[in-house]
Design a protein around this ligand. Sequence first.
Ligand SMILES: Nc1nc2c(ncn2[C@@H]2O[C@H](COP(=O)(O)OP(=O)(O)O)[C@@H](O)[C@H]2O)c(=O)[nH]1
Ligand SMILES: [Mg+2]
Length: 236
Amino acid sequence: MVENLLTAAQAGDRRALGRLLSKLDVGSLDVASLNLQPTAKCIGITGPPGVGKSTLTNSLITKLLAMGKSVAVLAVDPSSPITGGALLGDRIRMQAHAINPKVFIRSVASGGHLGGLAKYATAQVDLLRSLDFDYVLIETVGVGQNEVEIAGVAQQVVVVVAPGMGDSIQAAKAGVFEIADIFVMNKSDKDGAQSAVAELRAMLELLPGAKQVPIISVVATVGEGVAELIEAIEAA
Ligand SMILES: Nc1nc2c(ncn2[C@@H]2O[C@H](COP(=O)(O)OP(=O)(O)O)[C@@H](O)[C@H]2O)c(=O)[nH]1
Ligand SMILES: [Mg+2]
């Protein structure tokens, strides 16, 4: 039964994939029994609520599809919907994308689980990574220190910040700064974006064992800087 579902999901059957994800979501399926071979890169997108993670995820989907890549998204942050990007902006196109084998979007409730991840998100990510996607994106609820769990799931962690969110940066500093492979300064259309990048850079240099973490300026609402972000992801 489960084997049949997996075979179907591997052949591109999205209903079968959805059913497997549901089973994993409620813990009624042990992911180890699937003998998965996760190969796709998982990119974690994290940061405080309202910083623009979902908007960025949408822009990433649009850009990756335009580049001919396929992408699966697991959205653990329920604060705003992921629509599938500008390509899904109207209804007719949305229907077209429902059968587009290159994009798959799934929302899961975080269920109050600490760490910003749904309890079984790791298993779900493993399943998605073992299918025919170039990238798996996971958007997590930004909850500061507990967020570090994402580092164990994603191959690369993108920490999203925005100008004027200095308090969140401070609050998140202890846990989140150490797991960041790439920073995105989103809302770079806002006043103070440049000085916010300089402040972030200065803050990073104070960290013990400071890494040269790229800081990419992005305006997620219009997709500005998203190509640079993908370059940074592919370079890392
Ligand atoms: N000015 C500006 N607003 C943005 C940008 N990106 C996102 N927003 C807005 O910020 C708000 C929160 O975005 P959302 O993606 O839901 O944030 P999330 O909670 O981190 O997922 C929304 O009103 C977005 O339209 C941006 O680059 N510039
Ligand atoms: Mg969101």
